[in-house]
Design a protein around this ligand. Structure first.
Ligand SMILES: Cc1cc2nc3c(=O)[nH]c(=O)nc-3n(C[C@H](O)[C@H](O)[C@H](O)COP(=O)(O)OP(=O)(O)OC[C@H]3O[C@@H](n4cnc5c(N)ncnc54)[C@H](O)[C@@H]3O)c2cc1C
Ligand code: FES
Length: 288
């Protein structure tokens, strides 16, 4: 299969929907780590979000600005959005001050998504690092909810340290689930921290895997430094670029292909991505 993602560029949205935020209320907020919080949002107008795993939204707070954030929940869980947000600067810092009942704006969902139709019948190898688990969680939830459609499902996750692990409870639940194989690791364990799981880079989790190469689709989402080494390990297992899907992050402004801030060679990350087949971007300067 050439697992190229299907593009949802917003072409089917009216201009109003592309540019004007709709209002959402915060249903709950919970800390994920010392720098990340999970927000659950519902639309005030009762309209469906219409999101797919892998897409992102533009979060907007009046008087402050906008930021692209991946949708972290699957549409199979209901008509709400969950966003896992790292406090990085102005907008995300303001988001971290929000409370249940506060109202914010959203535009989207935007961008390409993980093509779950094309993944049906395939073994899935879902590899994420750091904040990459945010969009990957939406796909994992989707796969859990439509489990019969997929072959063997393996989830690999890497974080810098035990304190940086996102969705810890869910990782443990996935590890204990009969429906999928889940392994996670941390780069370092600070002295005095209690930790009885793997220590080492995420790449070290790949060589021991038994992979049915022709049947496998790998999905990779993580910090820029992770891609090259994970892809090398996958290639050395025999997984070819056309069966590797990546989600890439670029600095974005408009989110709808108008401002040119997010270019990767001739592609716009916001409308041609963020989800790409590796085959599509492997040769492009600065993509990986
Ligand atoms: C498609 C996409 C999906 C994303 N998903 C998530 C997510 O699920 N959770 C999450 O926490 N973050 C996510 N991000 C990153 C998030 O958009 C940035 O952290 C956010 O825009 C920072 O905005 P700010 O106003 O808080 O920071 P600013 O005050 O604007 O900047 C703070 C610092 O963050 C840097 N920065 C801003 N945007 C980016 C970016 N896109 N990539 C790297 N550095 C950036 C700035 O250069 C600056 O150093 C995503 C980005 C993209 C493009
Ligand atoms: S963010 Fe404006 S063109 Fe992509």
């Amino acid at each position: 299969m050439d697992a190229s993602a299907v593009s949802q560029t917003g072409d089917n949205k009216s201009k109003n929907e592309l540019y004007r935020p709709f209002m959402c209320s915060i249903e709950f907020v919970r800390p994920l780590t010392h720098t990340e919080k999970l927000f659950k949002l519902i639309r005030l107008d009762g309209q469906p979000f219409g999101h797919k795993p892998g897409q992102f939204v533009q979060v907007s707070i009046a008087g402050i600005g906008e930021a692209p954030i991946s949708v972290s929940s699957s549409p199979t869980r209901g008509d709400y959005l969950e966003l896992g947000v790292r406090k990085a600067g102005t907008l995300t810092g303001a988001m971290h001050e929000l409370k249940v009942g506060d109202v914010i704006g959203l535009r989207g969902p935007f961008g390409t998504f993980f093509d779950t139709e094309a993944m049906k019948g395939r073994d899935l190898l879902l590899i994420s690092g750091g904040c990459g688990l945010a969009p990957m969680r939406a796909l994992i939830q989707y796969v859990e909810d439509c489990r019969d459609y997929f072959g063997k499902v393996t989830v690999l996750y890497g974080a810098k340290s035990p304190d940086d692990i996102l969705y810890k409870d869910e990782l443990i639940a996935w590890q204990n689930s009969d429906n999928l194989v889940c392994r996670y690791t941390v780069d370092n364990v600070p002295q005095g921290t209690c930790w009885d799981a793997n220590v080492g880079l995420i790449t070290e989790l790949i060589p021991p895997l038994q992979i049915d190469v022709p049947k496998t689709v790998a999905v990779v989402v993580g910090p820029p430094v992770m891609y090259r080494f994970v892809i090398q390990e996958l290639n050395s297992k025999g997984v070819r670029d056309k069966n590797i899907i990546v989600s890439l992050e670029r600095y974005m402004k408009c989110g709808v292909g108008k401002c040119g801030h997010c270019t990767i060679d001739h592609l716009y990350c916001c409308i041609d991505g963020p989800v790409f087949s590796l085959k599509e971007v492997a040769g492009l300067k600065g993509a990986i």
